[in-house]
Design a protein around this ligand. Structure first.
Ligand SMILES: [Zn+2]
Ligand SMILES: [Zn+2]
Length: 150
């Protein structure tokens, strides 16, 4: 029987296809009390050139710095619209065309900077799935409130 988590994970997979960075496409949702608060995916700020139009901008650490990470977009939109993410759970789905070139994403689907950001926004846990990898990564940031049923 399908549960909320499975349904939301499927929706995150669809959201990921909107991601505009060819290195990785990531769809995220903030969930609270089994309701979707907000969604996001990775890409440059709207109305700015996107990776899939003008190419990635890669820094020394092999990160694309043109695309805003899906988690950053989620927190940014929450701030813009005045939606509190405090006590929410994050679900993320990553499509990585070439996982061997991005071992970091496979090992740690939410990057270090985004982990700090979502913790600061009050997100209490993250459940991340990478396409093609059976394992689901679940990280609990704060031991309180709602839990996603896996
Ligand atoms: Zn890119
Ligand atoms: Zn990130």
């Amino acid at each position: 029987m399908a549960n909320h988590f499975q349904a939301y994970l499927k929706m995150c997979k669809e959201l990921a296809t909107l991601g505009t960075c060819p290195r990785a496409q990531i769809g995220v949702m903030a969930i609270k009390e089994n309701r979707v608060l907000l969604t996001g995916y990775n890409g440059a700020p709207s109305k700015e050139p996107q990776c899939n139009q003008v190419g990635c901008l890669v820094d020394d650490g092999d990160h694309c710095i043109r695309a805003v990470h899906a988690e950053q977009n989620l927190v940014g939109l929450a701030a813009r619209w005045g939606i509190s993410l405090d006590g929410s759970s994050m679900i993320a789905y990553s499509i990585v065309p070439n996982p061997s070139s991005l071992a970091r994403i496979v090992k740690e689907p939410t990057c270090e900077r985004c982990t700090l950001l979502v913790k600061t926004a009050g997100i209490v846990e993250a459940v991340c799935k990478v396409e093609g990898i059976d394992e689901v990564f679940k990280t609990i940031y704060v031991d309180r409130t709602f839990r996603t049923e896996l």
